[in-house]
Write a protein that binds this ligand. Structure first.
Ligand code: AMP
Ligand code: MG
Length: 427
């Protein structure tokens, strides 16, 4: 085999180097649980109580003593009524309690019979203090339809560990143990700009040779998905001075600077010399398609002579993504996402992948590790988008995620491939 691959580093190697360089953000802030969606938890959270706090019913029906129901058909008076949120009296033997979902099981009762298995008989109108009766045509097992105290969460257990990403279900759990506030890692501050003299903003007239800056919308949207404080410097002209100036401004207050374009090593690519002048840079050639050129480095913060910003370090990290829109999206997903998550102390940053059946053929090998845009079809297999070019955004819009196809690998019809849904990559 030709040694063309020698200069390319693998996706795994690049990611390992990136993660090894991470200095996690140390500042913590306390926010209301209601406002903590999308944040990262700063310390282990414990429950002070059992959830549910008491045994309660999972059904509308009648709380019974199973010993009263052994014959299979039992007619008993309804001695009390217990709606959710109310506490009943101990259940007298030979009687049942009308009970509603979520209500505490009264002392003495050991099962709930759902109302569909009972026949209700109202008290006779002429009887004063007469009781309603029910006939139960069911032989309940002890514990039937009872949710046990602590069955979800035990008091004193860790409900959410430090580094957990807080999604609605995590917030619901925190709330279920009564936590009104949560300590979270402060938001990442990310500066972003887009290099290229050909770029124009939607709303502007396109001059000959110009294209719209789609990466701004891709990267800005991705950074919003991760709850970052975004400083967006817009389009920066293809000159060394403009690039250096924007880097200096961005380094002043951000943890990370992200750019798109200009990371090849042509005369019009100014990222390398600019970052070199303002800090240091590694120009990586990664065995990835789309992608390949990725720049990783650090930019010195200007000497401010004061403490205007509570920063942890005297440099900002720098990640330069390639300019083609699909390359920007994919390299963000593969490299920037795990890097940003780890900066916030998230342990598990590797996206889940699922073995899925290829309902297509890929007979052309590539020397790089390809991330193919593919869509899940109704038969539970994957279809491949017809044009996998890194400039064709339609491929990403059409798809549900990426197939991780190793270098030098063809795909046969029906073969299992590794699929990573966008939900694992862009959030
Ligand atoms: P570059 O990495 O600067 O050589 O750009 C590679 C390709 O991506 C060129 O065709 C650029 O015109 C295109 N490109 C660069 N930046 C953007 C952007 N922000 N939005 C859309 N296309 C871009
Ligand atoms: Mg360019």
């Amino acid at each position: 085999m030709m040694n063309q691959n020698r200069s390319l580093i693998s996706v795994t190697e690049a990611l390992e180097q990136l993660l090894a360089a991470v200095r996690p953000v140390q500042q913590v802030e306390v926010v209301r649980t209601l406002e903590a969606n999308g944040r990262v938890l700063a310390s282990d959270q414990y429950s002070l109580l059992d959830v549910p706090p008491r045994d309660n019913t999972q059904m509308d029906g009648y709380a019974v003593r199973t010993a009263d129901c052994v014959s299979g058909t039992a007619r008993m008076p309804v001695s009390q009524r217990i709606p959710a949120g109310h506490v009943g009296e101990p259940l007298q033997a030979g009687t049942v309690a009308r009970i509603f979902t979520g209500a505490m099981i009264p002392e003495g009762a050991d099962a709930v019979v759902m109302q569909e298995q009972c026949e209700f008989e109202p008290a006779a109108a002429d009887e004063t203090n007469g009781l309603d009766h029910v006939t139960i045509r069911h032989q309940p097992k002890s514990g039937e339809w009872i949710r046990r105290a602590g069955e979800d969460i035990r008091a004193k257990s860790v409900i959410l560990p430090a580094g957990a990403r807080l999604h609605p279900q995590q917030l619901g759990m925190a709330a279920s143990v009564g936590l009104a506030e949560l300590p979270v890692v402060r938001r990442l501050r990310v500066g972003v700009f887009y290099t290229g003299d050909e770029l124009a903003m939607p709303g502007e007239q396109l001059k000959p040779g110009a294209i719209y800056n789609s990466n701004r919308f891709i990267l800005h949207g991705l950074l919003q998905n991760f709850g970052c404080e975004i400083e967006d410097y817009g389009i920066v002209p293809d000159t060394l001075e403009a690039t250096r100036g924007t880097l200096r401004r961005a380094a002043e207050r951000n943890d990370l600077i992200i750019t798109s374009g200009g990371v090849s090593v042509g005369e019009e690519d100014h990222i390398k010399p600019a970052v070199e002048a303002e800090g240091h840079i590694n120009m990586w050639q990664i065995s990835v398609k789309p992608g390949k050129p990725l720049a990783f480095g650090e930019v010195r913060r200007p000497e401010t002579g004061g403490t205007t910003q509570a920063q942890d370090n005297d440099t900002a990290f720098f990640l330069g993504l390639p300019g083609n829109p699909v390359s920007s999206l994919v390299t963000f997903a593969l490299f920037v996402r795990p890097f940003m998550l780890r900066l916030q102390g998230v342990a598990d940053v590797i996206p889940k992948r699922y073995p899925m059946r290829a309902d297509f053929v890929l007979d052309k090998k590539d020397r790089r590790n390809e991330f193919l845009r593919a869509r899940v079809n109704a038969e539970g297999g994957l279809d491949l988008f017809s044009n996998q070019s890194s400039g064709v955004l339609t491929s990403a819009v059409w798809s549900d995620g990426l197939i991780d196809n190793p270098a030098e690998t063809t795909i046969a019809q029906g073969e299992l491939v590794q699929f990573i849904p966008f939900s694992e990559l862009l959030f």
